[in-house]
Design a protein around this ligand. Structure first.
Ligand SMILES: NC(=O)c1ccc[n+]([C@@H]2O[C@H](COP(=O)([O-])OP(=O)(O)OC[C@H]3O[C@@H](n4cnc5c(N)ncnc54)[C@H](OP(=O)(O)O)[C@@H]3O)[C@@H](O)[C@H]2O)c1
Length: 243
């Protein structure tokens, strides 16, 4: 599988591959010659992504990463793979002040992003020297008011990354921590002055711009491709932690 520490193309599963960062990761993996299976809950979203990416090495399977029997069945179907990446997160109702927090809704983020990652670690069948890559986020370091659930889950996911890198070795386990990356998930923002606020956010960052899904995909591919990286959190945030 390795050639001087660099991983060769193989089979990869991308949970969340139907949109945003996950779709960009799938695109990058396909370009690197991997066979890719994208996973999400919405069959329509997956079908759109397959059409858009238009590659014969791409297939899709609908599954909910927060439901153990669906994760188990997913790996019964796909069998052994070289890499698993998850960008899946259900952000419905995740933001809100702790005093009024609606846990019934907000816990969907915990269950998709943290428990879902643990379910993948339990059920994925990975080749020796394969990898598992999670996506945490800047909120663990620069929490926003009303963002306690997001900050907590991202921080916990980074702890999980280190724990699994030890427990699952030689499988490599890493995480990318994105900063502000404009994806479809931002479409719900109802700011009146959205364009102005996005410009101000970009100016605040040392990088002078917001992130792209391709920035994140490149980071995921670098983690997957380097056989000597495990237990690492790779920050792709334009320097956000410093300001
Ligand atoms: N965008 C940012 O600025 C930013 C910053 C820091 C961290 N992050 C993190 O980066 C990751 C990706 O964000 P994104 O902006 O690319 O989000 P996105 O476009 O909303 O994509 C999330 C994907 O996850 C899938 N998904 C959600 N719940 C799922 C479930 N239970 N089972 C399987 N798939 C599920 C969704 O598809 P279905 O709905 O069809 O299932 C969707 O394709 C998230 O973990 C997010 O917290 C984002």
């Amino acid at each position: 599988m390795t050639n001087k520490g660099i991983q060769q193309a193989g089979r990869a599963v991308v949970i969340g591959g139907g949109s945003g960062m996950g779709q960009a990761v799938a695109d990058g993996l396909l370009a690197a010659g991997h066979e890719v299976i994208i996973v999400g809950r919405s069959e329509a979203r997956l079908a759109d992504a397959v059409r858009e990416l238009g590659d014969g090495k791409l297939t899709a399977i609908a599954a909910d990463v927060s439901v153990e029997e669906q994760v188990s069945r997913l790996f019964d179907t796909v069998g052994t793979v070289d890499h698993v990446v998850t960008t899946a997160a259900d952000t419905t109702g995740v933001y809100g002040p702790i005093a009024d927090y609606d846990f019934a809704t907000g816990r969907g983020f915990l269950e998709t992003k943290l428990i879902g990652s643990m379910l993948l670690a339990k059920h994925a069948r990975l080749t020796s020297g394969g990898s598992l890559t999670f996506v945490s986020g800047i909120a663990a370091y620069r929490p926003a008011v009303g963002g306690a659930m997001v900050a907590t889950v991202n921080a916990a996911l980074e702890g999980l990354t280190r724990a699994l890198a030890v427990e699952l070795a030689p499988t490599r386990v890493n995480a990318v921590s994105p900063g502000w990356v404009v994806t479809g998930a931002w479409d719900n923002l109802t700011w009146d002055d959205k364009a102005e606020r996005l410009r101000a956010m970009a100016e605040r960052l040392p990088a002078g711009r917001l992130g792209t899904t391709e920035d994140i995909a490149a980071a995921v591919l670098s983690l997957i491709g380097n056989a000597f990286i495990t237990g690492t959190i790779l920050h792709v945030d334009g320097g956000h932690r410093l300001v």
